[in-house]
Design a protein around this ligand. Structure first.
Ligand SMILES: [Zn+2]
Length: 106
């Protein structure tokens, strides 16, 4: 894979390509049953996003644990609760590392 990320900026086409690649990696991470593949896909996608200053789309970032960088899904024992105070929040606890993520709703 080319890692020629230093020449980004300017042309929107390149940003589109990077976004497509980040999305592709995250799709792999969300759908694979292979733990090793999932982790490396997440790590790779996040490092590309970080280097290029792109934001990971919310529909993916919601499911990625910032503590252990794994995809939070039911099979890993993730727990989701809702809190009603202050406008409402989703409290998502990673089943792998136990890190808690709070997502405002509404
Ligand atoms: Zn975690």
């Amino acid at each position: 894979m080319r890692r020629d990320l230093s020449r980004i900026g300017g042309g929107g086409k390149r940003v589109d390509k990077i976004m497509t690649e980040v999305t592709r990696l995250l799709e792999i991470a969300m759908t694979t049953d292979d733990e090793v593949l999932m982790r490396s896909a997440v790590r790779h996608a996040l490092s590309i996003a970080e280097k290029t200053g792109l934001r990971v789309p919310r529909r993916y970032s919601l499911y990625i644990c910032r503590g252990c960088r794994s995809v939070m899904r039911a099979s890993t024992g993730v727990r989701v609760r809702t809190r009603v105070e202050r406008g409402g929040k989703l409290v998502i606890r990673c089943g792998v590392c136990g890190r808690i993520k709070r997502v405002p709703i509404g």
